[in-house]
Design a protein around this ligand. Structure first.
Ligand SMILES: Cc1cc2nc3c(=O)[nH]c(=O)nc-3n(C[C@H](O)[C@H](O)[C@H](O)COP(=O)(O)O)c2cc1C
Length: 498
């Protein structure tokens, strides 16, 4: 059964012992937030999802904060109802590649949409009082990191649903010092929409609307059924609707309801919906922001959304997640679609691709089902490297480090990848240095373009396959114990070794 909403997903985690309520008071105010330390601790111990019931320094004390719900590859797989992470990736890749398996969303009336339980109209909107503010680390503003933004192409009405961050300006530090104007604090959010270079689809919608001097309507749906979030984090070709894809992941349509103040549709079971407009040319500098590469962005300029209506469920939940040195909570739910996108693209062209693993630090590892003499042709590993950089979508082309391994190397195990590099690679012959690849926009080591963000980056591809026939006729046999024998021996000695 697909999850009806975020609550159903959390119930599933509870059944599996992957969720705990925390009633210990914890601080979340800007000056003394304990939540970065909590995120690190939870990841150090491979910890569960938690619900923080007693936050201090919190503007909405009646709203509990869900924390770390996607913090492992296992929980991320569960978000699309699969137990095994590899199966989840294969499911995502299969549904992505088969549009016949997608389902168009179904509309429901406002009366059947829990997200309309409470409606706050324009004259009453005051973000600092009504929307949770949770601070983290040395960040200047509080960020909304669990919202999917819905917009329509201003020229043809095609819908986009994308998972992007939003900055709350209430009580925030301005990166140039001081604070924001009273209007900004009460009504405005900054939206992480990039359009130069074109990197996300909301950015293209903003550029089209503003190019014609028009406002762009936007709705942000927060804490939805996780399948909607996974779909919104997946880079579909421009013009395709993430709600349709989410229906494919769920095996049944997503239920939508009409917004109050804009011509947009939102998931009916979202915990919160913020509706508004982005007025042409309205931008703002924001910072500090802790990013997923593990550094603070001191200042970035983003377009502004003016919030004109807020709706939410009775007793709403809030999901707060944060970015820092990986791994962190939503690292894995961001990586699953990237792996699925690249895997889907490569497998359509190259059946010998068995798996694509993206590490929390965004190193791409491609595992093949063949190696050595079984490769279809010499230098097959290098062909794979180029195929990753040429893969469809937003991510493959930004892969700074790619490693190709054979079927006997576990692509999830950095130790085995290192072993393959050390024993199967000659640095000059088996490594490609691409001097003019596309940058991962958050990489602080890449030179910045005139727009202030990196656009070009050097890239490295390592072909760690066995070089038969390229260099050898024969390769030494691997000396290692069979995993089944290891398990049997461990059982035999359990009383002695534990
Ligand atoms: C929690 C989370 C936050 C994200 N934040 C952003 C963001 O602020 N800006 C962005 O461009 N992509 C962000 N991403 C990645 C996008 O969701 C992803 O690339 C998606 O495919 C973008 O949708 P689009 O192709 O329709 O623009 C985020 C992903 C996750 C999981």
């Amino acid at each position: 059964m697909p999850y009806h909403d975020m609550r159903a997903y959390l119930n599933r985690l509870k059944e599996l012992g992957e969720y705990k309520d925390v009633d210990v008071p914890l601080r979340c105010d800007r000056e003394g937030s304990e939540l970065q330390a909590l995120m690190r601790h939870l990841h150090n111990i491979d910890g569960p999802a938690v619900k923080l019931n007693k936050l201090e320094g919190y503007n909405t004390p009646d709203v509990p904060v869900v924390f770390n719900p996607y913090g492992t590859r296992h929980r991320t797989a569960l978000s699309i109802e699969v137990d095994d992470p590899l199966e989840a990736k294969l499911k995502l890749a299969r549904i992505l590649g088969d549009r016949n398996s997608w389902h168009k969303p179904r509309m429901v009336d406002a009366g059947d949409a829990p997200c309309k339980d409470v409606i706050i109209t324009e004259d009453q909107v005051s973000l600092g009082e009504q929307v949770p503010h949770v601070w983290f680390g040395k960040e200047g503003p509080a960020y909304i990191t669990s919202g999917v933004a819905i917009t329509k192409d201003p020229e043809n009405g095609e819908r986009n649903v994308g998972w992007y961050r939003h900055t709350q300006l209430h009580n925030a530090w301005h990166p140039a010092g001081g604070s924001y104007s009273a209007k900004r604090q009460q009504r405005d959010l900054a939206v992480f929409g990039y359009w130069n270079p074109p990197m996300n689809h909301i950015g293209l919608h903003i550029a089209k609307a503003w190019g014609n001097g028009q406002p762009l309507e936007v709705a942000i749906a927060i804490c939805c059924d996780p399948a909607v979030h996974v779909a919104a984090a997946t880079g579909l070709p421009y013009g395709l609707d993430e709600y349709d894809f989410a229906g494919g992941l769920r095996g049944t349509p997503v239920e939508l309801t009409k917004c109050e103040s804009v011509d947009l549709e939102v998931p009916a079971t979202s915990e919160w919906v913020l509706e508004g407009v982005m007025l042409p040319g309205e931008e703002e500098a924001i910072g500090w922001h802790s990013n997923p590469v593990g550094y603070y962005d001191k200042v970035q300029t983003f377009p502004i959304m003016q919030v004109n209506c807020i709706t939410h469920r009775k007793n709403p939940l809030w999901h707060s997640t944060m970015e820092m040195v990986p791994p962190f909570d939503h690292n894995y739910i961001a990586i699953l679609p990237v792996e699925g996108e690249v895997l889907s693209d490569l497998q359509h062209k190259i059946p010998e691709v068995k798996d694509v693993v993206v590490t929390p630090n965004m190193m791409y590892v491609v595992q093949l089902s063949v190696d050595g003499a079984s490769k279809p042709h010499p230098e097959f590993g290098k062909y794979i490297l180029h195929a990753v950089w040429g893969a469809a979508g937003r991510w493959g082309r930004t892969a700074k480090m790619v490693v190709v391994v054979g079927p006997d190397v576990d692509p999830y195990d950095l130790g085995q990848i290192e072993w393959a590099i050390m024993s199967r690679v000659q640095p000059k012959s088996d490594v490609i240095i691409n001097a003019s690849g596309q940058a991962f926009v958050l990489d602080p080591s890449a030179p910045k373009s005139a727009q202030g963000v990196p656009t070009q980056s050097e890239q490295m591809g390592i072909d760690a396959t066995i070089k038969i026939p390229e260099r050898f006729d024969d390769y030494p046999e691997v000396s290692n114990a069979d995993p089944a024998d290891v398990a049997a021996l461990a059982e035999k000695l359990r009383d002695v070794l534990g």
